[in-house]
Design a protein around this ligand. Structure first.
Ligand SMILES: [Zn+2]
Length: 111
Protein backbone atom coordinates (compact mmCIF):
# COMPACT_ATOMS: atom_id res chain seq x y z
CA UNK A 1 0.00 0.00 0.00
CA UNK A 2 2.87 2.38 0.79
CA UNK A 3 4.25 1.74 -2.65
CA UNK A 4 0.97 2.82 -4.23
CA UNK A 5 0.80 5.93 -2.10
CA UNK A 6 4.32 6.86 -3.10
CA UNK A 7 3.44 6.34 -6.75
CA UNK A 8 0.36 8.52 -6.40
CA UNK A 9 2.29 11.29 -4.67
CA UNK A 10 4.91 11.20 -7.39
CA UNK A 11 2.24 11.35 -10.07
CA UNK A 12 0.57 14.23 -8.24
CA UNK A 13 3.79 16.26 -8.21
CA UNK A 14 4.23 15.55 -11.88
CA UNK A 15 0.70 16.70 -12.72
CA UNK A 16 0.99 19.80 -10.58
CA UNK A 17 4.17 20.69 -12.43
CA UNK A 18 2.43 20.12 -15.75
CA UNK A 19 -0.54 22.26 -14.71
CA UNK A 20 1.76 25.08 -13.68
CA UNK A 21 3.45 25.12 -17.06
CA UNK A 22 0.08 24.89 -18.83
CA UNK A 23 -1.14 27.89 -16.86
CA UNK A 24 1.99 29.80 -17.78
CA UNK A 25 1.40 28.96 -21.42
CA UNK A 26 -2.21 30.10 -21.37
CA UNK A 27 -1.22 33.38 -19.78
CA UNK A 28 1.49 33.82 -22.41
CA UNK A 29 4.11 34.62 -19.86
CA UNK A 30 6.81 33.04 -21.98
CA UNK A 31 5.19 33.76 -25.29
CA UNK A 32 3.23 37.03 -25.44
CA UNK A 33 0.34 37.36 -27.89
CA UNK A 34 1.49 38.50 -31.26
CA UNK A 35 0.49 41.88 -32.67
CA UNK A 36 -0.34 40.16 -35.92
CA UNK A 37 -3.99 39.04 -35.99
CA UNK A 38 -3.28 35.96 -38.10
CA UNK A 39 -0.65 34.83 -35.65
CA UNK A 40 -3.01 35.62 -32.82
CA UNK A 41 -5.59 33.30 -34.34
CA UNK A 42 -3.04 30.48 -34.37
CA UNK A 43 -2.05 31.26 -30.81
CA UNK A 44 -5.68 31.17 -29.68
CA UNK A 45 -6.16 27.81 -31.33
CA UNK A 46 -3.15 26.60 -29.39
CA UNK A 47 -4.72 27.97 -26.25
CA UNK A 48 -7.72 25.75 -26.79
CA UNK A 49 -5.53 22.68 -27.09
CA UNK A 50 -3.57 23.69 -23.99
CA UNK A 51 -6.83 24.32 -22.18
CA UNK A 52 -8.07 20.83 -22.98
CA UNK A 53 -4.78 19.38 -21.72
CA UNK A 54 -5.13 21.43 -18.58
CA UNK A 55 -8.64 20.15 -17.95
CA UNK A 56 -7.48 16.60 -18.42
CA UNK A 57 -4.58 17.05 -16.01
CA UNK A 58 -6.95 18.70 -13.54
CA UNK A 59 -9.33 15.76 -13.68
CA UNK A 60 -6.51 13.30 -13.18
CA UNK A 61 -5.25 15.32 -10.25
CA UNK A 62 -8.69 15.18 -8.63
CA UNK A 63 -8.80 11.41 -9.02
CA UNK A 64 -5.36 11.11 -7.45
CA UNK A 65 -6.35 13.30 -4.52
CA UNK A 66 -9.45 11.20 -4.00
CA UNK A 67 -7.39 8.02 -4.10
CA UNK A 68 -4.96 9.49 -1.54
CA UNK A 69 -7.87 10.36 0.72
CA UNK A 70 -9.20 6.86 0.35
CA UNK A 71 -5.81 5.43 1.28
CA UNK A 72 -5.71 7.60 4.41
CA UNK A 73 -9.21 6.62 5.46
CA UNK A 74 -8.50 2.94 4.79
CA UNK A 75 -11.17 2.63 2.09
CA UNK A 76 -8.73 2.47 -0.76
CA UNK A 77 -8.95 -1.19 -1.65
CA UNK A 78 -12.71 -1.33 -1.33
CA UNK A 79 -15.14 -0.59 -4.11
CA UNK A 80 -16.96 2.69 -3.47
CA UNK A 81 -20.07 1.19 -4.99
CA UNK A 82 -20.55 -2.34 -3.67
CA UNK A 83 -17.94 -2.31 -0.88
CA UNK A 84 -16.26 -5.49 -2.12
CA UNK A 85 -12.50 -5.63 -2.22
CA UNK A 86 -10.99 -4.35 -5.47
CA UNK A 87 -8.69 -6.85 -7.16
CA UNK A 88 -5.04 -6.10 -6.52
CA UNK A 89 -4.12 -6.47 -10.19
CA UNK A 90 -6.74 -3.88 -11.07
CA UNK A 91 -5.34 -1.39 -8.58
CA UNK A 92 -1.90 -1.93 -10.00
CA UNK A 93 -3.02 -1.06 -13.51
CA UNK A 94 -5.51 1.64 -12.47
CA UNK A 95 -4.13 3.00 -9.20
CA UNK A 96 -6.85 5.60 -8.77
CA UNK A 97 -9.92 3.64 -9.56
CA UNK A 98 -12.55 3.49 -6.85
CA UNK A 99 -14.61 0.74 -8.45
CA UNK A 100 -14.20 -3.01 -8.73
CA UNK A 101 -14.26 -4.61 -12.17
CA UNK A 102 -17.93 -5.55 -11.94
CA UNK A 103 -19.09 -2.09 -10.89
CA UNK A 104 -16.87 -0.36 -13.45
CA UNK A 105 -18.42 -2.52 -16.16
CA UNK A 106 -21.87 -1.69 -14.83
CA UNK A 107 -21.08 2.06 -14.87
CA UNK A 108 -19.71 1.89 -18.38
CA UNK A 109 -22.79 0.08 -19.58
CA UNK A 110 -25.01 2.80 -18.11
CA UNK A 111 -23.20 5.69 -19.83
ZN1 LIG B 1 -18.01 -2.95 -6.80
Amino acid sequence: MNGIKKELLKKRDELEGRLRSITRNVRHEDNPLSGDWREQAVQRENDEVIDALGNEAQRELEQINQALQRIDSGEYSHCSDCGEEIQKARLETLPYTSLCVQCAAKHEASI
